[in-house]
Design a protein around this ligand. Structure first.
Ligand SMILES: Nc1nc2c(c(=O)[nH]1)N[C@H]1C(S)=C(S)[C@@H](COP(=O)(O)OP(=O)(O)OC[C@H]3O[C@@H](n4cnc5c(N)ncnc54)[C@H](O)[C@@H]3O)O[C@H]1N2
Ligand code: MOO
Ligand SMILES: [Mg+2]
Length: 422
């Protein structure tokens, strides 16, 4: 690692640090309180708004963990190859049956994995340790302990205990819990509404014919995908020309319909960069107007009286996404009702490549994070690290972070990497 001492220029002094920006943003965001009841089938990806418990025990009843024979432990625990115990098979119990009989001393039942135990049975002998003979079974080796291969009622969870906490995201494993607890409906937080708009005279849609000087609006698609991936409802408002009145109208519409607004472009110092002025004119309180990071420097954040939080993201495609990964992600997590510490997922990795920065802003370098033999390795994306190069941003799952003052991370050095979930 190579460090420099830097003279802070006026530009850097007016920008806040990434950490300060994170703190401000998280202070602005309040978690949604509105809840809705949805069907279990629709619950994937949603945030649980109440703890889940059940009147059921888990397992629901004593059942067998093996295909074999249900026995009384005291009958068979002395069994061995020289003096094998022989029991009468008095019943066959497949899974799904409620056995009504009671197994007496000297008796066994044929039983299968998942089948409910009858009264009297306290242990299962797996069939590999037995030899059936007509309506009898020979126990070739005794069980290791009383209750072997029995899944006792309530041994995993007892009725009434909390199975899932409020504020967790429902993924596949939580879906299984909700299903097994027979929650056919689930109370969740409503999804955050996120308005997305692109500003710029040069922008066209992917379907339009490209004319010299134009550029396709990729940000709209990137941001929509990001919002969908994070459980929000994207409200795409399209492309707005660099026309202050038109931008004003769209922003007004956006802040009145969404919890968060993401716009791209128009936040730097150019003659057509109107966003910050318009936000202020509309009564937005400008909380951030520049962060000492690269890319993502001109990030503008404002809060409106109705609670809406406006992120004016830089227009450069990489800058826009890096700002989302670093800041909007945390804001969305908190807004969504997810309980957590709202901290970026930072991973310590070894750098496979030399990484460089001018050391003047906290620099985010995109690439691949791989787990190799239990250790994380960061590989630089091939090609240019230019904030307009959205092509080599594809497949990025990690952003190596070079703090202010650090100009070089040598190959083999340790580097902190922001992990991006894919
Ligand atoms: N004199 C200075 N110029 C610039 C500075 C600076 O400090 N002084 N900062 C640079 C940095 S850093 C960034 S980042 C950009 C931010 O620009 P804006 O947020 O004002 O965005 P635009 O000027 O509208 O566009 C920048 C760039 O991005 C392209 N773009 C815009 N929207 C989209 C979209 N929806 N999809 C794809 N690409 C888009 C646009 O064509 C421009 O190339 O400012 C620097 N300038
Ligand atoms: O801050 Mo800009 O995002 O470096 O290109
Ligand atoms: Mg600009």
């Amino acid at each position: 690692m190579v460090q420099i001492s830097i003279n802070l220029t006026h530009e850097i002094m007016t920008m806040i640090s990434v950490q300060e920006a994170q703190t401000i943003i998280l202070q602005l965001v309040e978690s949604l309180q509105e809840k809705e009841v949805i069907s279990l089938d629709e619950a994937m990806g949603r945030i649980l708004a109440q703890p889940v418990s059940s009147s059921l025990n888990f397992p629901y009843w004593d059942n067998s963990a093996m295909d074999g024979y249900g026995v009384r432990f005291e009958d068979v625990n002395q069994s061995n190859l020289d003096y094998p115990i022989i029991l009468d098979i008095v019943a066959e119990i497949p899974a799904g049956i409620h056995p009504k009989l009671s197994i007496q001393s000297g008796e066994a039942c044929r039983i299968f994995t998942g089948a409910m135990l009858p009264n009297g049975v306290d242990t299962i002998v797996m069939q590999e340790n037995t030899r059936p003979e007509e309506n009898k079974v020979i126990i070739l080796s005794p069980p290791n302990y009383l209750g072997e291969f029995v899944r006792k009622q309530g041994i995993f969870y007892q009725a009434g205990t909390i199975l899932l906490n409020s504020g967790i995201k429902i993924n596949e494993s939580e879906m299984a819990v909700l299903a097994t607890a027979q929650c056919s409906t689930v109370r969740v937080y409503r999804r955050p509404r996120v308005a997305i708009l692109s500003t710029g005279n040069e922008l066209i849609t992917p379907a339009e014919r490209l004319q010299p000087g134009q550029i396709v609006d990729s940000n709209q698609y990137a941001l929509k995908a990001f919002i969908l991936k994070n459980g929000g409802v994207p409200i795409t408002l399209g492309i707005i020309r660099d026309e202050p009145e038109m931008i004003k109208q769209k922003i007004l519409e956006a802040i009145n319909t969404a919890d968060i607004v993401l716009s791209t472009g128009g936040v730097s110092v150019g003659d057509y960069d109107y966003i910050e002025t318009i936000l202020a004119e509309l009564g937005g309180e400008i909380k951030i107007s520049g962060v000492a990071m690269k890319p993502g420097k001109p990030l503008t954040v404002a809060k409106f009286d109705n609670g809406c939080i406006y992120f004016g993201l830089p227009g450069n495609p990489v800058s826009a996404l890096v700002s989302c990964w670093r800041f909007v992600q945390l804001a969305l997590d908190k807004l969504s009702g997810i309980k957590g510490d709202y901290e970026p997922k930072l991973i310590t990795a070894t750098s496979a490549d030399e990484l460089s920065s001018n050391g003047r802003r906290e620099t985010y370098i995109w690439g691949q994070l791989k787990l190799i033999n239990g250790e994380f390795l960061f590989t630089l994306a091939e090609g240019s690290q230019n904030s307009a190069n959205l092509i080599n941003l594809a497949s990025t799952n990690g952003l190596a972070i070079l703090p202010i003052g650090v100009t070089t991370i040598h190959q083999g050095d340790i580097v902190t990497v922001l992990s991006i979930s894919r």
